[in-house]
Write a protein that binds this ligand. Structure first.
Ligand SMILES: C[S@@+](CC[C@H](N)C(=O)[O-])C[C@H]1O[C@@H](n2cnc3c(N)ncnc32)[C@H](O)[C@@H]1O
Length: 280
């Protein structure tokens, strides 16, 4: 271990001890890039100096954690994935619900940032179901570890620039404009709720029909990937869907457990007890 590696390891431990933020799930490459950004901003040249600065100025923890949990997102990010969500995932899911005579649809946006993903899901489900929406209870659960992002998600207010990629018809139907900001329509907002939750150490969730976990794990180590993918598997109902980032791969056991649906990061958790085929 070089002296620099040693200082890096000490810095990670110190951040956990002093700020309660566990750096271990993140890949070292990602952490080093983010530490470097904060070190440059503070004009310090080594991990050891940065650790000393954090001791002197605990407020720097907030800046650092913000840099580590980058919350970049947008409505309908990767539109072709949302197209498949609307054309493939929702129809399959609704047919399954109708066959099983189930009324509740539960979707989890894991690492939801400021809520754009959750509200995009709400808009598309609303569009697909139309008046049939009243036959179902739709609940979209957005979770994140970033308090600021969650507060924005709960507020549901966005600038015109943030709405740039939204079809005009959706803007008119699902938002109201107060001259400065677009506010999500209350009728749509009621389907979404937001909660603080850490994917690595948080309580396990269950009984979701669809989980979006996109552009969250890209900063995590391989072990953390494997762990979270299996947690997400356990959180899904039979026949439920997992949607990861378009370029993200499943790791570990999850690769064998999930079945890919197309090639855009959409996977299905197969039924534990396969149904007899129609011919019999
Ligand atoms: C780049 S954003 C992705 C937002 C959205 N899923 C998308 O694809 O547009 C990543 C989000 O993951 C959140 N995040 C990072 N680590 C997390 C963890 N351990 N548990 C839950 N959320 C986490 C960050 O706070 C950030 O808001």
């Amino acid at each position: 271990m070089t002296p620099e590696d040693w200082d890096f390891a000490v810095l990670k431990k110190q951040i956990l001890r002093d700020a309660g933020f566990d750096c271990n799930p993140y890949s070292d490459k990602f952490l080093k890039r983010r530490f470097d950004i904060r070190m440059r901003a503070n004009n310090v040249g080594s991990y050891r100096e940065y650790a000393a600065l954090l001791k002197r100025n605990p407020l720097e923890h907030t800046e650092l954690i913000e840099a580590l949990t980058i919350s970049v997102t947008e409505f309908f990010r990767d539109p072709d994935v949302f197209e498949d969500f609307k054309k493939v995932v929702i129809p399959k899911l609704i047919a399954d619900k109708e066959r099983k005579k189930q009324k509740v649809i539960r979707v989890w946006s894991a690492g939801c940032a400021s809520g754009e993903e959750a509200y995009s899901i709400a808009m598309l489900t609303n569009e697909f179901l139309g008046p049939k929406l009243d036959d179902f209870t739709l609940s979209i659960h957005g979770t994140d570890i970033d308090d600021g992002a969650l507060a924005n998600a709960k507020r549901g207010e966005y600038t015109p620039e943030e709405l740039e990629k939204i079809p005009e018809a959706y803007m008119k139907k699902y938002f109201s404009f107060d001259g400065k900001k677009y506010k999500i329509d209350e009728g749509l907002k009621r389907f979404a709720r937001f909660e603080k939750h850490d994917l690595i150490s948080g309580k396990p969730y269950r009984y979701f029909d669809v989980i979006f976990c996109r552009n969250v794990l890209i900063y995590f180590s391989r072990e953390a990937h494997e762990k979270v993918h299996m947690l997400l598997y356990d959180a899904l109902n039979d026949d439920g869907f997992l949607i990861v980032g378009k370029t993200e791969l499943l790791h570990g056991k999850a690769r064998e457990m999930f079945v890919p649906v197309g090639e855009k990061g959409i996977y299905q958790r197969p039924s534990r007890f396969p149904r007899p085929s129609r011919e019999f």
